[in-house]
Design a protein around this ligand. Structure first.
Ligand code: UDP
Length: 240
């Protein structure tokens, strides 16, 4: 299945890919490597919106499982995504790539608030816009934040860079016979509860006809290969 033609994309990176080989937190060397991949993608002429998760630092569900108030824990998770966004901004700017961070939770000393028209202008000027703090509300994830920003910024695709190279019919870590889909419909993902993104994010992409491209960001050069239609990925889209 070929990559859909894209001019503007939303790239969602799980927080865990910022840890590199660490168990927790941010590995600046690894973030710098990721930034090089993003820079190379931008140099092909793409407009790029970025959303980075926070799972390398804090996940609300994990806090709640240990007895914290869920909403409070989710706010901590959102703050973690802001830290990741700032780390990526710094890495990109060290490579000479202009960026702006816009956070769904206002923190004016650190970054801009989310303002769609302003984000538009940044993209026109060749800046990468990093959207932080998800949708700004607890009980959501950065996948939903990514789907929301992809819809409002009218992105041609949501690229989900993660640790696995696509969507499988069962967990490839547990089942060696698991089969990777080249393409799969939104409805199948939802009906079979396939591990792509949370259901609200998938439904938002479906309702706005935004293809979701799931690929491994851990392999060097893979983002460029996927964009050039030469990579390994799964495309979640409408039934053909
Ligand atoms: N979060 C939230 N609302 C949002 C986005 C994120 O409450 O709109 C919180 C939630 O606790 C989540 C954490 O931030 O667990 C980190 O985000 P996520 O788990 O999506 O990160 P990823 O798995 O992509 O690293």
């Amino acid at each position: 299945m070929p990559m859909p033609p894209v001019k503007r994309v939303l790239l969602k990176l799980s927080g865990e890919v910022l840890m590199g080989d660490q168990q927790f937190g941010i590995d600046p060397k690894f973030v710098s490597e990721l930034a090089k991949e993003v820079k190379a993608a931008k140099e092909t002429g793409l407009e790029i919106c970025l959303v980075i998760g926070g799972g390398n630092i804090f996940r609300g569900m994990a806090g709640a499982a240990q007895g914290m108030d869920r909403a409070q824990a989710d706010y901590m998770g959102m703050l973690a995504t802001v830290m990741n966004a700032l780390a990526m901004q710094s890495a990109l700017e060290q490579l000479g790539v202009p960026t702006r961070v816009q956070s769904a939770i206002q923190m004016n000393e650190v970054c801009e608030p989310v303002v769609r028209r302003r984000a538009e202008r940044h993209l026109e000027k060749g800046r990468i816009v990093i959207f932080a703090a998800g949708v700004g509300s607890p009980y959501f994830t950065t996948d939903s934040g990514a789907a929301l920003r992809a819809a409002e910024m009218r992105c041609d695709a949501l690229l989900k860079g993660t640790s696995v190279d696509g969507v499988y019919d069962s967990d490839p870590k547990k089942n060696p016979a698991a089969k990777r889909f080249d393409t799969v419909s939104y409805d199948r993902v939802l009906a079979d509860n396939l591990k792509v993104m949370d259901a609200s994010a998938v439904a938002l992409c479906r309702d706005n006809a935004i293809p979701i491209v799931v690929f491994s960001i851990r392999e060097k050069g893979n983002l460029a290969r996927v964009l050039a239609g030469e990579g390994v990925q799964t495309i979640v889209q409408k039934e053909a």
